[in-house]
Design a protein around this ligand. Sequence first.
Ligand SMILES: N[C@@H](CCC(=O)N[C@@H](CS)C(=O)NCC(=O)O)C(=O)O
Length: 229
Amino acid sequence: MSLSLVIANKNYSSWSMRPWVLLRQFDIQFEEIMLKFHSREWGELLPRYSPSRMVPVLWNGKPGSGDPVWESTAIFEAIAEWFPHLPVWPRDAAARNLARCMVAEMHAGFRPLRTNMPMNIRASMPGLGMSPDVAQNIARIEAIWRDARARFSSKTNSPFLFGEFSAADAMFAPVVMRFATYQPKLANDTLAYCEAVKAAPGVAAWNAAALLETEIVPEDELHQTPGTK
Ligand SMILES: N[C@@H](CCC(=O)N[C@@H](CS)C(=O)NCC(=O)O)C(=O)O
């Protein structure tokens, strides 16, 4: 199996981050194809590489030949199907059910958080982006993280949501990075979870590469003048 993952800028592309982190965390080999936002390649190659004209897209083979998998959650499912020996989803049925619900809730929801605190890994904007709707999203995220850890990770003392790192942790990794950038007030157990996610090798590798990027995407720089930190 020869996988290619089409993504956008690591500093900004929260949806690209999710499957990339999952593949990397599980040591699954893949070729990364980055189409930077607003680049010539984006305009020229995206129509061939992405049926939805969005990233991420996973190809089994070279992009443009074979069957693409688009939408981050469909990519998780493909990875789980192609690598059944890996715990992409928790092995325990109740844990797997909750993990799927949480991933679906993240995929479909938390719009105020996503809109007002866009992922911008290299930036630091403590206190910005907050509103009552965002605060409600954050409270809900803290509650579901806490519930998952209490039910499925406390026995093994694992810092992750369901014992081992899973698709659910990959799905929330961009939220962890938003929290790092905008630094809303968070409970101590949330902060501890965030630290564990940032230290996971797949997440750390993505962040290290994001910090080397220099492109500015103005629509994702809601709260600061381009070029400032
Ligand atoms: N629901 C999609 C969202 C993908 C998405 O919004 N990707 C952004 C980059 S992070 C994109 O391609 N935006 C380009 C556009 O909307 O034209 C998924 O889960 O993969």
